[in-house]
Design a binder for this molecule. Structure first.
Ligand SMILES: *[C@@H]1O[C@H](CO)[C@@H](O)[C@H](O)[C@H]1NC(C)=O
Ligand SMILES: *[C@@H]1O[C@H](CO)[C@@H](O)[C@H](O)[C@H]1NC(C)=O
Ligand SMILES: *[C@@H]1O[C@H](CO)[C@@H](O)[C@H](O)[C@H]1NC(C)=O
Ligand SMILES: *[C@@H]1O[C@H](CO)[C@@H](O)[C@H](O)[C@H]1NC(C)=O
Ligand SMILES: *[C@@H]1O[C@H](CO)[C@@H](O)[C@H](O)[C@H]1NC(C)=O
Length: 938
């Protein structure tokens, strides 16, 4: 109602002014000639009077001479005087005329201004109308939805220790599965999966003469300390971890194989039963054997002589008759460092084809009693195993392969160099590793594929040795080819899709192996290698990743959601008592169109998929873009609803254009449309000691539709001056203190960022509202990509021919969009801090540069897609953007170096080229003048 009146008032105002001007003009037009006429006639009359008035005609002659001199003089003077006064009056009139002309002009200008004002007022009126309509829709939705939002049930944890139940008979535990041996009542869906660790020093479970490796004990305690599921309270725990290995004999020499010479088994059944929370049968207990060597003999492993009740066994060696699928867990031995960056361990992924197509280094190893040093060459003869013939055939075939006429190169070593220093040995008859870690690694780095033999004893589904070989191969980027792969299972195979990273071939296919490997195209070889590295880095590389993975797999079985990822707590630069000065700002004259409703801030709904993510996207979470260890509020990969569903019952939050009818200009500006429910975006600005520039930038955001809030990261150690006058832009502005001055702070996943869409801008970027909103709309269709304005690319250095250059020249192909003005999904801020190796953030700090390149690498790596550039460049003004630094040579040199360094860290160059730019649909379309485009100018 108010708006209506104000519009009426406006037009009335204009009307009044107009009529005044018209009257004025009329007055001028009519009165000026009248006045002129009056004056002229007066002058004529007075001169007539002089000539004819006082003297009669007949006196003229006489008087002539009498008056001639004096009167003439007077007359002339009189005439001159009159002329003067007439002239001055004319001047006055001319002056007046000029004045009136000026007035007319200024009134005309006023009219123009008022017209403009009217159109602005109309624009904001329209916008207010849309806003009111949108608010009504939202209110309607809220009313219609008569069920309240789903509330989280209270965190439900047990508060009792496990009760004592009678132990189960030893021969029954082989039938254990989750449904009959696991107590689900201790692990509610909302419990957060608390994990209790028995301190291995306080509760030893090994028999006399045995002990758990000291390094493992310390590392385990330390690394589990970082796991958010760890609890000190046994009453609330869902599972209990018991460290049982790596078992060492007290007097043991690490390289010595001891399995066969013990009287006592390593594990003490009675000690297990004495564990305070064993509960009689070991329900929910996890026995961890993290052995790097294995004590397996053909007759059994570390657990085989022990009564383990209902406990879950976790180790890398299993016999098929003891392995309980879906209950026990096969892991990879802990061969890596405790934690930290592991990328240095890896070989580059490119070139795809390496020097050797296939390699193998190993030696058939026999039990000590069987070992016969004098018969190394014919060591197959004394294996009683019937598979000996097969092995001999395989080896003969491989030998002939390397001697054949093919151009492919192979290395097959079936006998170890005597100087070998094995650190992963097997107790069983099996293929031992040859050489040192370094020497094997150098061969693996040159191998496209590496051959791995399945355990010789077919009843073994997995051995430490097999897992160790896979570990080594993935680390060096050699794709494992597991001969006899149909017999084996690799680590965590209930969640990891190993077929994407390794090739499993039955032994019988040995003759087809060469053909098979040659048939793989480079793209797939690279995919497999990349997948192998992903699996290795995430799940196998360090003690930390191994323990996190074990906990995550068990949690995943129960479909309990992971704990939420850590946010950075945003600390305001202002103290509680200080209220920053807020000043109103004039509306931006550039806003000549209504671009959308002004709504109160609302946050993107978070954590909606707690219980469904691992069900519908489980494979992707474990094997692709996901992070199975943590739960994130939203993902860029969340699926869209189908187009019809939102009109048939699931329409809540959707704002279809023209309520589903579609439309151009007007309807388009009124609704967000698209495939996702309505949302807003947050502007994220990093600033350093440019207060006025920053304030101006913020002021320009006034009246920006769909703006949730502005978050300013204050990188300077000096707090803002208290006199600063912050513009009041109608949306909250939060100024957040940075711990230190770092460009990495541009991507802090702050808890005050409450929308999925983050518009990252430099403090001096000048984007117009229509450009921002168009970018936002495009991003909504490319939520997993960087969507923004300034494009750059990586270029091959033709001088060195082995490195990359950063390039910002004009080009029809780009591979990066700078985050000085770009939309990114909030999830990538988490990944930037959590997933990206520390070395990259260190490099950003070292150069004070390249954080935007790092973000482009990160997103392209995860999505294997290029960024999206929106609108043409001429509308993008960014005075402080790197392009103006082009003269600054060191800036460019650093960026070249960054690309090359990041490529090294990632193992390949993840950036992808694009030749595509997004413009709005009707941009440059010729349409009838009574029709509207999507945006007026873009
Ligand atoms: C398990 O062992 C008990 C006695 O030790 C025996 O009575 C029972 O038959 C066995 N059960 C199975 C399934 O072998
Ligand atoms: C080792 O092999 C040789 C020749 O085959 C045989 O004579 C000898 O008895 C074997 N030694 C052992 C300990 O088996
Ligand atoms: C809060 O900050 C203002 C301005 O920075 C300062 O004047 C004031 O003393 C501070 N108050 C407290 C309690 O620190
Ligand atoms: C999902 O998990 C998050 C984080 O733990 C929690 O805040 C949220 O309430 C959960 N939502 C539901 C519906 O369980
Ligand atoms: C950019 O273009 C200019 C002129 O075409 C050229 O001189 C310069 O070397 C180019 N810069 C790069 C980094 O390619």
């Amino acid at each position: 109602m108010n708006q209506e009146t104000s519009r009426d008032y406006c037009s009335w105002l204009i009307h009044v002014k107009l009529s005044r001007i018209v009257a004025m003009v009329l007055a001028i037009l009519i009165f000026t000639p009248l006045i002129t006429h009056f004056y002229l006639s007066k002058v004529e009359r007075s001169s007539y009077l002089i000539e004819h008035g006082a003297h009669s005609h007949q006196d003229l002659n006489e008087d002539f001479y009498m008056f001639k001199e004096s009167d003439l003089k007077v007359g002339v003077e009189e005439l001159l005087r009159i002329r003067g006064s007439v002239l001055s009056e004319l001047r006055d009139i001319e002056k007046k005329r000029q004045q009136y002309k000026q007035e007319i002009q200024s009134y005309a200008k006023n009219i123009e201004e008022l017209k403009l004002e009217l159109s602005h007022q109309q624009t904001s009126l329209n916008r207010l109308k849309i806003s009111v309509e949108q608010a009504q829709v939202a209110q309607h939705e809220a009313l219609q939805q008569n069920t309240p939002d789903l509330a989280l049930p209270k965190k439900l944890t047990v508060d009792t220790l496990p009760s004592i139940l009678p132990p189960i008979p030893r021969n029954a535990s082989i039938h254990c599965r989750m449904y009959n041996c696991f107590d689900h009542s201790r692990c509610s869906l909302t419990s957060g999966f608390p994990v209790y660790l028995y301190d291995p020093d306080q509760f030893p479970v090994m028999n006399d003469g045995w002990d758990v490796d000291g390094f493992l004990k310390t590392t385990l305690k330390q690394t589990l300390g970082y796991n958010p599921h760890l609890t000190n309270n046994p009453k609330e725990a869902c599972i209990y971890l018991v460290l049982v290995g790596e078992a060492l004999k007290d007097t043991d020499d690490v390289s010595e194989n001891v399995g066969n010479h013990l009287n006592l088994p390593p594990l003490d059944s009675e000690a297990l039963k004495r564990l305070p929370f064993w509960g009689g049968d070991g329900r929910n207990h996890i026995l961890l054997n993290l052995a790097r060597r294995d004590l397996t003999t053909t007759s059994g492993d570390i657990f085989s002589k022990t009564d383990t009740g209902r406990a879950i066994l976790v180790q890398s060696t299993f016999r098929s008759d003891f392995f309980r699928p879906g209950f026990d867990l096969i892991i990879s031995p802990v061969l890596g460092p405790p934690g930290g960056d592991v990328w240095q361990e890896c070989a580059p992924m490119v070139p795809v084809r390496r020097k050797y197509l296939l390699t193998f280094q190993g030696e058939m190893k026999m039990l000590k009693s069987e070992r016969n040093a004098s018969s190394r060459t014919d060591h197959f003869d004394d294996i009683e195993d019937s598979d000996a013939d097969v092995d001999k055939f395989v080896i003969d075939h491989l030998g002939s392969l390397s001697e054949s006429e093919t151009s492919d190169k192979f290395i097959f070593e079936f006998v170890c160099n005597p100087a070998s220093d094995n650190n992963i040995n097997s107790g069983s008859q099996d293929w031992a590793l040859c050489g040192t870690d370094t020497s094997r690694r150098s061969v693996l780095k040159m191998s496209t594929f590496v051959l791995i033999f399945a355990p010789r004893h077919v009843e073994l589904v997995s051995t430490t040795l097999l897992q160790a070989r896979v570990y080594e191969a993935l680390r060096s980027g050699a794709i494992p080819v597991i001969l006899g792969g149909d017999q084996t299972r690799l680590a965590y195979d209930e969640v990891i899709q190993w077929r994407r990273a390794a090739i499993f071939v039955p032994r019988a296919r040995i003759t087809e192996l060469h053909f098979l490997l040659r048939a793989l195209p480079d793209e797939d070889v690279l995919l497999m290698r990349r997948q192998g590295r992903l699996v290795w880095e995430r799940y196998l590389a360090s003690v930390q990743s191994t323990l996190d993975t074990i906990v995550a797999v068990l949690r995943d079985r129960l479909n309990i959601p992971a704990l939420p990822a850590d946010n950075f707590k945003a600390m305001s630069v202002f103290n509680e008592t200080f209220q920053p000065i807020q000043v109103p700002v004039a509306s931006d004259a550039e806003q000549e169109e209504s671009l959308g409703p002004l709504e109160p801030p609302f946050d993107s709904p978070a954590y909606r998929r707690n219980y469904s993510l691992s069900l519908v996207h489980g494979h992707a979470v474990w094997n692709e873009w996901g992070d199975p260890f943590r739960l994130y509020p939203h993902l860029p990969f969340d699926a869209a609803l189908s187009a019809d569903a939102k009109f048939l019952g699931s329409g809540r939050g959707f704002r279809p254009i023209g309520q589903g009818q579609g439309g151009a200009g007007k309807e388009f500006s009124e609704a967000l449309g698209g495939n996702y429910a309505r949302e807003q975006f947050t502007v994220l600005v990093l600033t350093y000691e440019r207060e006025q520039v920053l304030l101006d930038s913020i002021a320009r955001l006034r009246g920006l539709p769909y703006l949730n809030s502005v978050v300013v990261v204050w990188n300077s150690p000096r707090p803002p001056s208290p006199e600063l006058r912050w513009p009041d832009i109608g949306a909250p502005v939060r100024v957040v203190k940075a711990a230190r001055n770092s460009l990495n702070n541009r991507f802090l996943p702050l808890d005050c960022l409450r929308t999925e869409a983050i518009l990252s801008v430099d403090d001096d970027a000048h984007l117009r509202h229509d450009e921002i909103l168009f970018g936002f709309r495009v991003w909504r269709e490319h939520r997993d990509k960087i969507v923004g304005f300034p494009g750059r690319y990586h270029a091959w250095d033709l001088n060195t021919k082995n490195s990359w250059l950063y390039n910002s020249n004009y080009s029809c192909e780009l591979s990066m969009v700078l985050t000085g003005a770009a939309f990114v999904h909030r999830h990538y801020l988490h990944l930037y801090w959590k997933w990206l190796p520390q070395a990259i953030r260190d490099k950003v700090d070292e150069y004070m540069n390249c954080e935007d390149i790092a973000m482009n690498f990160l997103v392209s790596h995860f999505t294997r897609k290029p960024p999206v550039k929106v609108t043409s460049r001429w509308t993008f003004r960014c005075p402080g953007c790197p392009q103006s630094l082009s003269e600054d040579d060191t800036h460019f040199q650093e960026r070249h170096k960054c690309i090359n360094f990041f490529t090294q860290v990632f193992g390949y160059l993840p950036l992808l080229n694009t030749q595509y730019r997004a413009d709005s649909i009707l941009f440059k379309t010729r349409i009838p003048h009574d029709k509207q485009k999507c945006f007026k100018f873009i």
